[in-house]
Write a protein that binds this ligand. Structure first.
Ligand code: ASP
Length: 418
């Protein structure tokens, strides 16, 4: 038992992935009989959606500490979070449209029934009209919203509660403590659920390899590649551009300064777990003042997730292509908004990007079964998404610090120092 836990989770997941593929390949369609293990894993993940978003988002917003902080630093950071988030989703949509990674999968032949598609279509129809969507965003009955796992109004509700706590100042403190502690508890619960990942991944990969064969594996491999490509483009184009043009910091120095945090985020797949390292890198190596770093990076770890936003766009197209769902421009627009919101709602812990798919898929009629399809390879993609996410937090912190005169350029690690 001890030996099992001594192996890092991500290594166990990769081993399960490889083993699952081999077993599925040898077993053939019969491997569908162990899909139930994967379904149980996904059901556990779904269980986390509501409490995780609720606690983590409220605690994240309340961590601002003081509404006045939302002044010069806050609006700049928020603007950069949203603009880069939008660029990231469109990057995912662009890549997914050009390369069609899901086209290689014949979703119809999956051991699933036709009802999967019908159910998805129904969901799309009920969420269709714009007016209805606007109305849906309002959490008219918060309890109902939670019972229905209706993510969008849940995000709105959580943001409002966070703002309410800030406005209540000292009197809001007991409630704040509940949310802070609730958020830590939910992260622990998620860690427990994530321990099931190797088993879920094994079963899901065996099922995919056994029933859909090599074509599906090729398509999944392509999805992994595109996920990395999208992340590299975000880091290399969007962040590097922002650092150079707005922060006026040498790009190479920025990456030199943040490399420790990038390494930690890649191995932990958790923005939250990396938070202390990101903070230290931003302050010590990049010269960001403590007040800007603690505000932008702590908030960013919860709501600024461009790797996740890009992936939500890409994965939605993957599912649509696999199941033959036609998407129009209106759908792309919906995905771009929900992808950004999903990235805001996702907690900075492993696998939360996968959880947020429920939000985007439901709105555009992509079957939720896509989650089962991609869950087996999520961890490998999550690692790179997380690295992209935390690099974005640091990039925004440096840029905002530079724009508000809170950047100590003398502190900046430079190529000559090393
Ligand atoms: N694991 C990511 C993070 O912590 C979120 C995701 O799953 O995309 O930033």
């Amino acid at each position: 038992m001890n030996v099992w836990f001594r192996i890092p989770l991500w290594q166990r997941v990769i081993a399960a992935l490889v083993l699952g593929i081999i077993v599925g390949y040898l077993w053939g369609p019969g491997a569908a009989s162990i899909k139930i293990i994967g379904d149980i894993f996904i059901a556990f993940i779904k269980m986390l959606v509501v409490p995780l978003i609720f606690f983590s988002l409220v605690a994240g917003v309340a961590s601002i500490g003081d509404l006045r902080k939302l002044g010069s630093v806050g609006w700049r950071a928020m603007l950069l979070f949203v603009v880069t988030g939008q660029m990231a989703v469109w990057m995912g949509l662009g890549i997914g449209t050009l390369t069609q990674p899901g086209a290689g999968i014949d979703g119809a032949s999956m051991a699933l029934d036709q009802t999967a598609l019908e159910r998805a279509q129904e969901r799309r129809e009920t969420a269709q009209s714009f007016e209805q969507m606007l109305l849906e965003v309002v959490p008219s009955s918060p309890v109902q919203v939670m019972a229905d796992v209706n993510v969008l109004p849940l995000i709105v509700f959580s943001l409002l509660i966070g703002i309410g706590i800030l406005m209540a100042k000292e009197e809001g403190e007991p409630v704040l403590r509940i949310f802070d502690s609730g958020s830590v508890v939910m992260q622990k619960v998620t860690m427990v659920v994530m321990e099931l990942t190797p088993f879920g991944v094994f079963a899901l990969m065996a099922w995919v390899a056994g029933t859909l064969g090599m074509d599906a594996l090729k398509a999944l491999g392509q999805l992994v590649f595109l996920n990395y490509l999208g992340c590299f483009l975000i880091i290399g184009l969007i962040y590097a551009g922002m650092i150079k043009l707005f922060a006026r910091v040498p790009v190479i120095d920025f990456f030199r300064g943040i490399v420790d945090a990038m390494a930690v985020s890649y191995s932990t797949a958790s923005s939250n777990a990396t938070l202390p390292v990101t903070l230290r890198c931003a302050e010590r190596n990049l010269g960001v003042s403590n007040s800007v770093a603690s505000f932008v990076i702590a908030l960013g770890a919860t709501i600024n997730m461009n790797g996740t936003a890009m992936y939500l766009g890409l994965a939605t197209l993957f599912g649509a292509q696999a199941f033959g769902v036609d998407l129009n421009w209106g759908d792309y627009f919906t995905i771009s908004i929900l992808g950004t919101l999903g990235a805001i709602g996702a907690a900075g812990i492993p696998g939360s990007g996968l959880i947020m798919m429920v939000l985007v898929f439901g709105a555009v009629g992509v079957p939720l079964e896509t989650i089962a399809l991609v869950a087996g390879i999520d961890r490998i993609m999550d690692m790179m998404r997380t690295t992209t996410n935390i690099t974005g937090d640091a990039a925004v912190a440096v840029t905002v610090a530079s724009l508000t005169g809170e950047l100590d350029r003398a502190e900046l690690i430079s190529a000559d120092d090393v």
